[in-house]
Write a protein that binds this ligand. Sequence first.
Ligand code: ATP
Ligand code: MG
Length: 271
Amino acid sequence: MITNLNKKNKKNKNILAELDQVTKIFTNGEVVLKNLNLKIFKNDFITLLGKSGCGKTTILKILCGLLKTTEGKVNWPTSTFKNSEKNPANLSVVFQDPNLLPWLNVFDNIFLPLKLNKKNRKKNYQTVMNFIELVGLTDFKDYFPSQLSGGMKMRVAIARALITKPKVILMDEPFGALDEITRFKLNNDLLNIYKKYKLTIIFITHSIYESAYLSNKIALISDRPASINEIIYLDKDEEKNEDYYLSTDYLNKCKKISKKFNYYNEVANEE
Ligand SMILES: Nc1ncnc2c1ncn2[C@@H]1O[C@H](COP(=O)(O)OP(=O)(O)OP(=O)(O)O)[C@@H](O)[C@H]1O
Ligand SMILES: [Mg+2]
């Protein structure tokens, strides 16, 4: 069930993105990432699992070009991701905070990326409505962010990330602030969206449980300076639902991940 990715994926076929010996030192001298190597494969649902402050958001920002590396390279070898005006839609980011524009209603917040690409509102009305339906907010399309719950706001952020039909979504602890029931519901919705659109998802979390439920690969991140301790490979075809969430199988999986996670932390503390 859990195997080492390096054994599984000897061939580097289908690499979508690659961080190669990435080091990040901020201007205050803090070394946050050190010689970090990570390969993302097409259709991965990979979680970056690490303790608070270890450098997860920094990795995500480097991957999507919001931050530059101090040393090392970021490659997107097999994607068409060019981050150009012509082709801005291949990668979307969902941050921990939904970052909605308070003066726009649900519809217009979701339409915003299309608007920025000079798309016509009337012509794209149905497309926006389809994504609103996908995230279950049809009855709330005219609501403003101040009238929405935390979970609803996050649904808007997810729909807004999907509207440009990205191939890759980077998510930075998007459900961290939500209650367990809403989080579980959104986890399942996200898995359905991942399958439906054949996405590649890079998902940041510090929850072992969430990583075990969602992903097919887990990158265990070391404490600062961050590097990848190990990639854990999980069964991709397991059916995810409430029964599975409450199953011994799932709990055992969480236990194994937790043990590995603690092992690396103990080794690091001894050094
Ligand atoms: N612009 C910056 N200048 C200096 N240090 C920074 C900067 N941005 C982040 N850091 C530092 O880098 C380290 C890692 O931050 P980062 O936000 O990547 O952690 P994280 O793993 O995402 O944490 P959390 O789980 O709490 O979100 C922290 O010590 C932080 O203080
Ligand atoms: Mg963070």
